[in-house]
Design a binder for this molecule. Structure first.
Ligand SMILES: Nc1ncnc2c1ncn2[C@@H]1O[C@H](COP(=O)(O)OP(=O)(O)OP(=O)(O)O)[C@@H](O)[C@H]1O
Length: 256
């Protein structure tokens, strides 16, 4: 793990959106190489757009994005956005994530070994030849994680990695990400799950058309910030030293 805490990326007063409509305004955010953050906020708040800004797939209409030279990013998409009918095996899908390609049209021995190693590490080595559709939600998530990791990213960006998975899988994914973070990969993810996911991460970014608040869970998960973000007053308790939001909306959102 690198001991150096240098900036990977910085957004300076950025506006961004689609077809002339601004969905994020005046966003400033620093991403360091020890980042482990959850982006939270209601549907349509601009969370995915913020991820796209970090990845460079959405360009700012105002402000600036500064990237460290040679920065490698990797993206784990929201499973709902994937075309599962595409005829791919798990092995092929992971291989598609690689940044370098050998001169040959087929993968080199090293590339095969790398895919195998990653899938083993993520506990789905035995599923290499399966069609991507024939996996559970948790296995699909792991496959996309392998596909991202084959790029050897400095920054890993995940869109709702625990949506649609059960509590055990969520726990496993959280631990896997924590291990990757300890190994020196910066991580930013979006989630609707304030209690089961966001409150467990060291840094939160609360978004609704702009950044409403950012900081540790206890600074961000407060009745005032939640009201500004979700438009409703919510009670916040403390449980095992973590904030716990009591609100039917949050409970409903985490079920999805
Ligand atoms: N490719 C696109 N073209 C046009 N508008 C888009 C596009 N992607 C997102 N939007 C719009 O931008 C706004 C913010 O969307 P975004 O996906 O960033 O929100 P989100 O917070 O990630 O939502 P969710 O929690 O539902 O995933 C929404 O109004 C959405 O309809």
């Amino acid at each position: 793990m690198s001991a150096h805490i240098g900036n990977l990326l910085r957004l300076d007063r950025v506006d961004a959106g689609y077809d002339g409509t601004v969905v994020l305004r005046d966003v400033s955010l620093e991403v360091n190489d020890n980042q482990f953050s959850a982006v939270v906020g209601p549907s349509g708040a601009g969370k995915t757009t913020l991820l796209r800004l970090l990845l460079g797939t959405v360009k700012p209409s105002a402000g600036a994005v500064h990237r460290r030279d040679g920065l490698r990013t990797a993206y784990v998409p929201q499973l709902e956005t994937v075309n599962w009918d595409f005829p791919l095996t798990v092995f092929e899908c992971v291989l598609m994530g690689r940044t370098t390609r050998s001169a040959l049209p087929w993968p080199s021995r090293e590339e095969r070994a790398e895919v195998g190693r990653l899938l083993e590490r993520l506990g789905i080595g035995h599923l290499q030849r399966r069609h991507i559709r024939e996996l559970s939600g948790g296995q699909q998530q792991r496959m996309f994680l392998a596909r991202a990791l084959i790029r050897r990213p400095h920054l890993l960006v995940l869109d709702e990695p625990t949506s649609g998975v059960d509590a055990n899988t969520r726990h496993d994914i959280l631990h896997l990400l924590a291990d990757l973070h300890v190994e020196g990969i910066a991580i930013i993810l979006t989630t609707h799950d304030l209690n089961g996911m966001a409150a467990h991460l060291p840094h939160l970014v609360c978004v609704k058309g702009t950044i409403i608040a950012q900081g540790g869970p206890s600074d961000v998960i407060t009745p005032d910030v939640l009201e500004q973000t979700y438009g409703a007053r919510m009670e916040v308790l403390r449980h095992l030293d973590l904030p716990l939001v009591v609100d039917p909306r949050v409970t409903l959102a985490t079920a999805g």
